[in-house]
Design a protein around this ligand. Structure first.
Ligand code: ADP
Length: 425
């Protein structure tokens, strides 16, 4: 499912960003082409101003001057004096003659659209000329007319737009290549970006599935015992029947505790831990806990002791109920995983602003490989699997509560054997 969502998201994200990029680059390309065309036309106009001024100052228009003005094919110049073409234009090909004829027609057909400038007695106009007979080749044209006493002089100068078209094509190619590279980079980015976004969701869903599977598995055992005891108690009588009913009650209690833990974790997952902070006196809290667990320890023949700092510990801000819940889990575990005759010690120490609660036992201990894993949901080491009432949720609940308090929980070996859990707040 996540692969499909990943693909859809990547395509959506990639195509939206690529579309925006394309629109932006097309807009920029259009503006840039317009600028190029305007620059090129105004540069042609400037050239023509210079050329016409030059022409005006020539007393005799020589072949040499005209050849120089044509600037190696940059311009095509056609001059007629009283309607008679200059000798210079004799070398024109038939196509060129046709081209000039069309240029003059274009100039005559649309004089109103053409801006004209007068330099003393020569009027010249520049315009874009697209010959009918050419293969898409356009020109800038400059038509200049001088009325002199000796007659009229007409000059038509054409400048092919090939270099401009080549420049525009080069620019388009560059944009196109850059766009393709950008789209490839965007697709790559979209793929990895969406993958990163979905990763926590995917992991979360995986955890949820594992959580549901583990919870169902844990609930199945007491339920099976309840069902079989219920059916057996129907046929049994007297003390045997009472035994079955006791078993049903104790399994029911186990189920109820498990369901409480599950509900606690799922509400915390959905809404976060509800922490009601208030000033808490850590020494009083630990002392109360010690007193509450003293009978349980005595019943198991475990020596429970407490060590408090000589001076009163500073008050901390936290949720008294939740902190007590964490220490109860640790103490309950210590008493569960310490054999009869062992010892469990509760200690409170102060390090500057930090308060350290430690629960130390000399019980079965935790192998190094399992020290990280014991805080995972439903994790239980094999040797403790058989223990009833232990679902592998206690430490996970404790760790979440401590993290909600921005504290730390860790475990280390007790010198000489056993484990020591330390809570720093
Ligand atoms: P459980 O309800 O099974 O005790 P926890 O989350 O509290 O679940 O603990 C996870 C596992 O960590 C336990 O199954 C046990 O293997 C190990 N563990 C926790 N506390 C101790 C301890 N004091 N001594 C040895 N092992 C412990």
């Amino acid at each position: 499912m996540f692969q499909k969502v990943h693909l859809h998201l990547a395509v959506l994200c990639g195509s939206i960003t690529a579309f925006i990029l394309l629109i932006m680059s097309l807009g920029y390309l259009y503006i840039s082409e317009q600028g190029l065309k305007e620059n090129s036309f105004s540069s042609f106009q400037n050239d023509m101003n210079t050329l016409i001024t030059n022409l005006e100052h020539q007393s005799v228009i020589t072949h040499e001057w005209l050849t120089r003005m044509e600037d190696g094919g940059k311009y095509l110049i056609h001059i007629t004096d009283n309607g008679v073409p200059f000798l210079f234009n004799e070398r024109e090909t038939a196509e060129e003659k046709q081209l000039f004829r069309e240029a003059w027609e274009a100039w005559e057909d649309s004089p109103s659209e053409i801006t004209s400038a007068a330099f003393s007695d020569i009027y010249h106009t520049e315009f874009l000329f697209s010959p009918k007979e050419s293969s898409g080749r356009d020109y800038y044209a400059c038509a200049a007319v001088a009325e002199k006493s000796s007659g009229s002089l007409r000059v038509m100068i054409l400048s092919p737009l090939d270099p401009l078209s080549a420049q525009i094509n080069r620019q388009r190619f560059l944009f196109f290549t850059l766009d393709i590279l950008a789209v490839i980079a965007l697709s790559f980015f979209a793929w990895h970006f969406t993958k990163r976004i979905l990763k926590p969701l995917e992991e979360n869903q995986k955890k949820q599935t594992q959580f549901i599977a583990a919870a169902s598995h844990e609930l199945r055992t007491p339920l099976a015992v309840i069902l079989s005891c219920a059916s057996a108690s129907g046929k049994a009588e007297g003390s045997v029947r009472a035994h079955f009913l006791d078993a049903i009650q104790s399994e029911g209690m186990r189920m109820s505790k498990l369901i409480d833990d599950l509900l606690l974790l799922t509400t915390a997952d959905n809404k976060g831990w509800s922490i009601k902070t208030a000033p808490v006196e850590p020494d009083t809290l630990l002392l109360n806990l010690y007193e509450a667990f003293q009978p349980v320890a005595a019943e198991k023949n475990i020596a429970l002791s407490i060590t408090l700092p000589e001076e009163t510990a500073p008050t901390i801000t936290g949720d008294r109920e939740r902190i007590t819940q964490v220490l109860s889990i640790l103490l309950h575990n210590a008493l569960s995983y310490t054999p009869s005759g062992g010892a469990v010690r509760l200690t409170l120490t102060c390090h500057g602003k930090n308060i350290l609660f430690s629960v130390e036992d000399n019980g079965i201990g935790i192998p190094d490989a399992e020290k990280e894993r014991i805080f995972e949901r439903f994790y239980r080491s094999d040797k403790s699997r058989s223990k009833k009432g232990h679902f592998g949720l206690g430490l996970c609940i404790a760790a979440e509560i401590i993290h909600a308090h921005r504290g730390k929980i860790s475990v280390k070996d007790t010198p000489g054997g056993g484990s020591t859990f330390i809570v720093t707040l």
